[in-house]
Write a protein that binds this ligand. Structure first.
Ligand SMILES: NC(=O)c1ccc[n+]([C@@H]2O[C@H](COP(=O)([O-])OP(=O)(O)OC[C@H]3O[C@@H](n4cnc5c(N)ncnc54)[C@H](OP(=O)(O)O)[C@@H]3O)[C@@H](O)[C@H]2O)c1
Length: 290
């Protein structure tokens, strides 16, 4: 099976190299700049084009691994230049878009897939090392699902089927788990500032707590992993948090409160907080009564 990589950047290089090592034939690649084309030509033994349609035409499976904002446009340009044909599978690796943005390839007779690795690929070697165990979220044409299974198996990953219409929600979940976790950590570090504890020291001190919490979430579940004053209904402690955040870091108060309101609902589900105390906590945190 011939693979064409259109946009051999971080993800294109990682997936192309990993699949080539498993015996897939890289038939062509493309990149925008001469720099990348040179890099790719030293990495793979295949023609490297500046025109995406020339690379696409040489593949049974076409990876459109360009940046998100140009996938649809590049796909349309390739279709206009007859780079797609019947029987091809065309896929992109964006988490934010569904396979719908590949409609022009589908109109040209190809099957389409979104094939999103739930992983981060800053560089080739790091990316190759991170592949085993990585989940790939797949949506698109059912006739291409078998190919998705084969690719994921070769990449030593795992499959996650996502309904096409719910792809943005899938991506919102990934951003919540990844980006918002980063923001929460940043908030915690800011609360240490008035104590003259440096961010690096604070991070070092918080790391065992964070890692223990992640382990508990994974081995138990979020409800069972929840501890702390909201889970216990400890109103005096919550009040002291609010007073201190208001005094030292007032800009963080809205975020502390909105996460607290969510946490109160979680504590009710856990079974350690009564509905009545939940109402009190929600009022303290400035939320609307249910
Ligand atoms: N990186 C990650 O961690 C990661 C993780 C999961 C999913 N993804 C998804 O994977 C896709 C690729 O991301 P990436 O990080 O690999 O991007 P990237 O490193 O920027 O690579 C993009 C590639 O597309 C080429 N390109 C850029 N604009 C183009 C255009 N208008 N026409 C044709 N080719 C063009 C670039 O060429 P030049 O190199 O010559 O500029 C480069 O080869 C995105 O959909 C992204 O959301 C990325």
């Amino acid at each position: 099976m011939r693979l064409a990589i259109v946009g051999a950047g971080n993800v294109g290089k990682v997936l192309g190299t990993a699949l080539a090592r498993k015996g897939y034939h890289l038939s062509a690649a493309s990149a925008q700049t001469e720099d990348t084309r040179y890099q790719v030509s030293t990495l793979w033994d295949c023609p490297v084009f500046s025109e995406p349609y020339k690379a696409a035409a040489a593949g049974d499976v076409v990876f459109l691994t360009t940046p998100d904002q140009v996938i649809e446009k590049v796909c349309l340009e390739i279709a206009r230049q007859d780079g797609f044909h019947q029987g091809q599978v065309v896929l992109h690796t964006s988490g934010a878009h569904s396979s719908d943005i590949l409609a022009s390839a589908k109109n040209a007779g190809a099957s389409v897939l979104a094939f999103h690795p739930l992983q981060t690929f800053p560089q080739l070697e790091v990316g190759l090392g991170a592949l085993p165990g990585t989940y790939f979220a797949v949506d698109g044409d059912e006739e291409a699902f078998h190919l998705a299974e084969k690719l994921v198996e070769a990449l030593e990953g795992k499959l996650l089927f996502v309904p096409t219409a719910l792809k943005p929600l899938y991506h919102a979940a990934a951003c919540t788990a990844c980006n918002y976790l980063v923001s929460l950590m940043d908030m915690a570090l800011k609360m240490y500032e008035p104590m003259d504890i440096s961010p690096s020291k604070a991070m070092e001190a918080l790391t065992p707590l964070i890692e223990g919490t992640l382990r508990n979430i994974r081995t138990l579940n979020p409800e069972k992993a929840l501890t702390g004053p909201i889970a216990r209904g400890d109103l005096a402690t919550i009040e002291s948090h609010l007073e201190n955040i208001k005094k030292y870091k007032p800009e963080l108060l809205p975020y502390y409160c909105s996460m607290g309101i969510y946490t109160a609902e979680l504590a009710v589900r856990k079974g350690t907080l009564s509905k009545e105390t939940e109402e009190t906590i929600i009022a303290m945190l400035g939320g609307e009564q249910k």
